[in-house]
Design a protein around this ligand. Structure first.
Ligand code: MRU
Length: 307
């Protein structure tokens, strides 16, 4: 992995401030659990697996600063509700034991496992893509959003590494513009041809830009395959279906929530109205939506392609 969202050393958790991208590459050093919690809440770090990894290291910081682990765990669980990976990571740390070496080993394992899962998703998923594919995606799903090369963007990277000439069409992703600010930036860094469009252009782009496949990441997947991901994903899946374009979801097992039966049970984060408009009186601003399973062609996981 060349690009990294964060790393831990003796000084603290170093984190590339995603709020400043692409204008500025600014690194933060977080030394308290409250710093880490606020970084997750304010989106300095975002993307489901990256949130899980950062929270895991937040628990390591708790052992360093002497914050009771129950308190740190409760604080980090309150940061963002939708991404299952956050709760997966905190559950794994809770199960690992209460002493500092056990917490450190468990946190490092979460990060290492996610890096390996990204590589494996890339291997499995690359087989679904052919030379010349034009692939549409939403939000950000690369190295910034994970502990490895990425989920959906990771699959595209692996397919390209096999010599397939694949280009990306990135939705800008209203209202916070993760597509415009993060995916387009990461594609430029990695030399992946990327065309940026606004979210409303997706249907027309299917025809005009010759889109052949769609792949997105996920924040939480229910037992029936309903998939919570960035707001606008459901619309993209619907548009893909209408154009006969297969729609794939790339996600590690830490994103699957088998305790939840369907999309109706997935907690959807609602964010500040001011992100959408400073002047409207009434605004609805959910951060994620749920794509029904019948719109999804297959899941790409580290264990294989699952239908
Ligand atoms: O609000 P964000 O930026 O954390 O949302 C991120 C997404 O929706 C991603 O698509 C998702 O976490 C899955 S892929 C890493």
């Amino acid at each position: 992995v060349t690009l990294r969202a964060f790393f831990l050393d003796d000084d603290g958790l170093h984190l590339l401030d995603q709020r400043a991208l692409p204008q500025q590459e600014r690194w933060l050093v977080l030394r308290t659990v409250e710093d880490v919690a606020q970084a997750i809440e304010t989106l300095a770090v975002r993307g489901a697996p990256a949130i899980g990894g950062a929270a895991a290291y937040g628990m390591v910081i708790a052992t360093r600063t002497g914050m009771p682990l129950e308190e740190a765990d409760a604080r980090l669980r309150r940061t963002r509700p939708t991404a299952k990976n956050l709760f997966f990571a905190l559950d794994a740390i809770r199960d690992a034991g209460r002493d500092a070496p056990a917490v450190l080993a468990a946190a490092q394992k979460i990060v290492r496992d996610d890096e390996a899962a990204c590589a494996a998703m890339g291997e499995h998923g690359a087989a679904l893509f052919a030379d010349g594919d034009v692939v549409i995606t939403i939000c950000h799903t690369g190295a910034l959003a994970t502990c490895g090369q990425g989920t959906a963007l990771g699959v595209i990277k692996s397919a390209r590494a096999q010599g397939k000439n694949i280009s990306v069409v990135a939705l800008e992703t209203r209202p916070l513009l993760q597509g415009a600010r993060l995916t387009a930036w990461e594609c430029a860094k990695e030399g992946i041809p990327c065309t940026l469009i606004t979210d409303g252009m997706s249907a027309f782009a299917m025809k005009k830009l010759g889109v052949t496949k769609a792949i997105v990441g996920a924040d939480r997947i229910a037992r029936d395959g309903s998939t919570a991901n960035k707001i606008g994903t459901y619309a993209l899946a619907t548009v893909a279906k209408a154009h006969g374009v297969p729609f794939y979801v790339a996600a590690p097992q830490s994103t699957f929530d088998l305790e939840i039966a369907s999309g109706a049970d997935i907690p959807i984060e609602e964010r500040a109205a001011t992100e959408v408009s400073g002047f409207a009186t009434r605004v609805w601003n959910p951060a994620f939506d749920v794509t029904p399973p019948e719109l999804i062609a297959a899941f790409v996981t580290e264990r294989g392609v699952v239908t």
